[in-house]
Design a protein around this ligand. Structure first.
Ligand code: AGP
Length: 608
């Protein structure tokens, strides 16, 4: 949430900074701004809307900057207005600050500063930061930043420019991501290394309230007590990715169509057919440690939580290990019981979700071993978990997760296979499981080939404002994910529900104006689900079924059917979800919504 990019060096600071910021637009896109220093003067330009709007304002202005800090905002405190957009000045306009995170004690700090006669202009929590820095400034900007961050409660990543110190940017971070890229006589600061990867792979990550002086010719890092520390830079092993929509109208559609290849990537080099098992590098666990695991705790949010629910069904049934799945934002305030033989798995596409990272840190503090399932190299989860299974899905730009979810399911399937083969699963069953996994790319392609049919069904239902999404067993979390997709991008109310629970209350909502998307692929519960759908039909509810080829008994019940290839119950969430993604996409398209950057959302949720 919110992206920061800053530049100090000999190149055109405005151009480099805005280009870098655009790579962070997935983090928030309601307003943006730039500030910096030129010939001893401080300058600033901000605008509501996407970064392109701010860029136009900059072009219209005579802004010149030698050192630049930029920000793209996802509003928390204060509406998305130009005044509330970052950077924020102090009252004397001597310094400017960009901030990602939340200052939880901003009310107290604001009052203290107001009592000292300082006037505020915005409604943001952030504005206390420049005002506090100015309040503490006695000629030494580093000391003033140290004194300020010591007062901040909550999470922050900040970059600060001051007109008396034109050749440097001060950066600081606690619980919000901030990376410094060290170039050849230039330096970059960003919320995500991808933003400066085309310039340098030499990186220092700031954490734990560390503060850095960033200059073109080098950086100095200080810990939260203001002691200088030696932080060696890391060489990033991954490449900058080419980001383009290709011939697709939206990134989301492109990412949906990439999924056969994404499944191949996730499987590549990760299984041994001869032994019917998986081989997962970077897991960093000894065979004995994995064998001794008696309980698994899964933490995640949103779509990743849905993947975690599917993992719980699979791991319990195949590896016979009890699994508890928790929404990170709820879990972090529990006092978890962590036993020696508990393994924690954190699932996060971004590897940055604040709630998931807080839960991971709490578990590590209690001595738990953590495996991350993550898409982003260099993310907090990838760095802090004991082992990390990468999704290999490539950058996911669409705010609504599609290919990362499918890849999560593939990685979870491989992990389950490995754990199951160490325990009760026979080689023959393992080989059968692998065979089913290996044909998934073709099966998903067959779902994609039904694009036109799914589009026509979506058009038929696009004007309804309320949907039920039903499923049982593996199809229950799958229907939660399908409903989330529809809500996120089309702004339609979609209620994901376990089909067997309908009769305990929600069925009261069913009528001819509330269609049901029924995920029918699960063989174990198929007949039970048919009975639940009969109950819907008896109340005039329309039914769109996503069902496995060869399933019988649906034609008299469903109004429309999307047939998907048949696979094992453990894997059937994959083809079924792809059909659900296309349905949501085409409903949203028909409703003319902002599909890649839906209102109110951001790709990485780095605030609590
Ligand atoms: C997915 O479509 C969502 N935009 C969202 O629910 C997301 O899955 C959630 O915020 C978790 O993100 P993470 O996987 O990066 O931790």
């Amino acid at each position: 949430m919110c992206g920061i990019f800053a530049y100090v060096g000999p190149q055109d600071a405005i151009k480099i900074a805005i280009e870098g910021l655009k790579k962070l637009e997935y983090r928030g896109y309601d307003s943006s701004g730039i500030a910096g220093i030129h010939e001893g003067d401080i300058g600033l330009c901000k605008s509501v809307g996407k970064i392109i709007e701010m860029e136009k304002e900059v072009q219209k202005s005579d802004l010149k900057l030698d050192t630049a800090i930029t920000h793209t905002r996802w509003a928390t405190h204060g509406a998305p207005t130009t005044i509330n957009a970052h950077p924020h000045y102090d009252a004397t306009k001597s310094l400017a600050v960009v901030h990602n995170g939340i200052v939880e004690n901003h009310e107290t700090l604001r009052q203290m500063l107001k009592d000292a006669g300082i006037t505020f202009v915005s409604e943001t929590d952030t504005e206390v930061i420049p005002q506090l820095i100015a309040h503490h400034y006695k000629g030494n900007i580093l000391n003033a930043v140290h004194e300020t961050v010591a007062l901040l409660q909550g999470s922050f990543a900040i970059a600060v420019v001051h007109k008396d110190h034109p050749e440097q940017i001060i950066a600081a971070a606690k619980e919000s991501p901030l990376a410094i890229g060290i170039g050849n006589d230039e330096a970059f600061i960003a919320s995500d290394t991808q933003a400066f990867l085309v310039h340098t792979k030499d990186v220092v990550f700031l954490t734990n309230g560390e503060v850095a002086i960033v200059k073109a010719d080098g950086i100095k890092v200080f810990d939260a007590t203001a002691e200088e520390i030696i932080k060696k830079s890391e060489q990033l092993a991954y490449q900058a990715e080419e980001i383009s929509k290709g011939h697709f109208e939206h990134f989301m559609l492109k990412e949906i169509f990439e999924q056969p290849q994404i499944i191949r990537n996730a499987l590549h080099d990760r299984y041994i057919g001869e032994y019917g098992t998986a081989h997962l590098d970077r897991i960093n666990f000894e065979y004995n440690e994995l064998l001794n695991i008696k309980r698994i705790l899964i933490l995640a949010c949103g779509t990743s939580w849905h993947a975690g629910l599917i993992a719980s069904y699979m791991l319990e049934s195949k590896a016979r290990i009890p699994v508890q799945v928790e929404i990170s934002s709820e879990f972090r305030y529990k006092n978890p019981i962590v036993e020696d033989d508990t393994l924690a798995i954190a699932i996060s596409q971004s590897g940055e979700t604040a709630d998931t990272m807080a839960a991971v840190r709490e578990l590590k503090a209690k001595g738990a071993k953590v495996i991350g399932i993550c898409n982003v190299h260099g993310s907090a989860l990838a760095r802090e978990a004991h082992g990390c299974l990468f999704l290999k899905a490539g950058t996911e730009i669409g705010v609504a997760s599609t290919k990362a979810f499918i890849s999560q399911l593939v990685v979870i399937s491989l992990f389950t296979l490995m754990m199951a083969r160490m325990r009760h699963m026979s080689k023959a069953e393992g080989q059968g499981f692998l065979e089913a996994l290996s044909i998934l790319p073709e099966q998903v392609q067959r779902v994609l080939d039904k694009e036109e049919l799914i589009e026509s069904i979506a058009k038929k239902y696009a004007q309804y404002d309320n949907f039920f999404y039903l499923g049982r067993h593996y199809m229950y979390p799958t229907c939660l994910e399908g409903a989330l997709k529809l809500k996120e991008i089309s702004y339609v109310n979609a209620n994901g529900y376990p089909a067997g629970e309908m009769k305990h209350g929600p069925i009261a909502l069913i009528d001819e104006n509330c269609p049901t998307v029924a995920f029918c692929s699960n063989k174990l519960t198929y007949n039970k689900l048919l009975s639940n759908l009969m109950e819907v039909k008896a109340r005039n509810g329309k039914i769109i079924a996503i069902a496995e080829e060869g399933s019988e008994g649906l034609s008299g019940i469903a109004d429309d059917i999307i047939w998907v290839p048949s696979t094992l119950d453990e894997l059937t969430s994959i083809p079924a979800s792809v059909a659900g993604q296309l349905f949501a996409y085409y409903v949203a398209k028909e409703r003319n919504t902002e599909i890649d950057q839906p209102r109110n959302l951001a790709k990485s949720v780095t605030v609590e």
